[in-house]
Design a binder for this molecule. Structure first.
Ligand code: PCA
Length: 215
């Protein structure tokens, strides 16, 4: 029997950046075995629609048992495990194909939102215990990351037993210095994602502790 796989997606660079740490992390972990499950890294274009088409093809081809999508959130200092995807595309900047949808649904005739099915609190806990900055995030924004997260969760409702979710990562230190924003070293980002994946594969029921925020 084939080794079970998990799909770890990252994005190509967007806006002014020439690297996207989300893809740097995904490709660094490609081929590793975590809890007996082989990591398969998949690069997504930062383009509405097309990103989801590439993801769907990856789901069909690899039949993963778990999917974690990664994206860059410039300005965030910690690995942010996203709680919820909303059915809204509202782009502040054009995507890499020049599209800038405003207040469009990601998918027509789909619910307003989908929750992550990963144990988000346990993942944050595991990262913090290892000294990697991490937090639950209540919004994945309304750009291509949220678009992919929503489309992923919508597809997974037809794949019982396959869990999925999204994590935003900070800038790399060299980008962060140039932009005057917080950053996190690639090895710390990789360690955090490894721990998060191991936890997601191991933990069925999430921890009962607050990851909430007041506005
Ligand atoms: N971050 C963007 C899109 C691609 C990425 O890495 C976002 O947060 O929507």
């Amino acid at each position: 029997m084939d080794t079970p796989r998990l799909l770890l997606t990252g994005f190509e660079p967007f806006d002014q950046d020439t690297v996207n740490p989300s893809w740097e992390v995904a490709r660094a972990l490609h081929g590793q075995r975590i809890e007996g499950v082989r990591v398969h890294a998949l690069l997504l274009p930062c383009v509405f629609g097309q990103s989801l088409a590439v993801l769907q093809a990856g789901l069909r081809k690899h039949r993963p048992r778990l999917v974690l999508s990664l994206g860059l959130a410039p300005g965030r200092a910690e690995l942010s495990v996203e709680r919820v995807a909303i059915n809204v595309d509202d782009a502040r900047i054009p995507d890499n194909a020049g599209a800038q949808p405003i207040d469009q649904p990601v998918l027509a005739a789909a619910p307003a939102a989908h929750f992550s099915t990963l144990p988000i609190k346990a993942m944050v806990h595991a990262m913090l215990q290892a000294g990697v900055p991490a937090a639950v995030s209540q919004t994945a924004g309304t750009f291509v990351c949220n678009h992919v997260f929503f489309g992923l969760m919508h597809s997974l409702r037809r794949r019982p037993g396959v869990r999925g979710g999204f994590m935003h990562v900070p800038l790399l230190p060299e980008q962060a210095v140039q932009q005057g924003l917080p950053g996190l070293a690639l090895d710390q980002q990789c360690l955090g994602v490894q721990l998060a994946l191991a936890t997601a594969l191991r933990v069925a029921a999430d921890r009962q502790e607050s990851g909430g925020s007041i506005a």
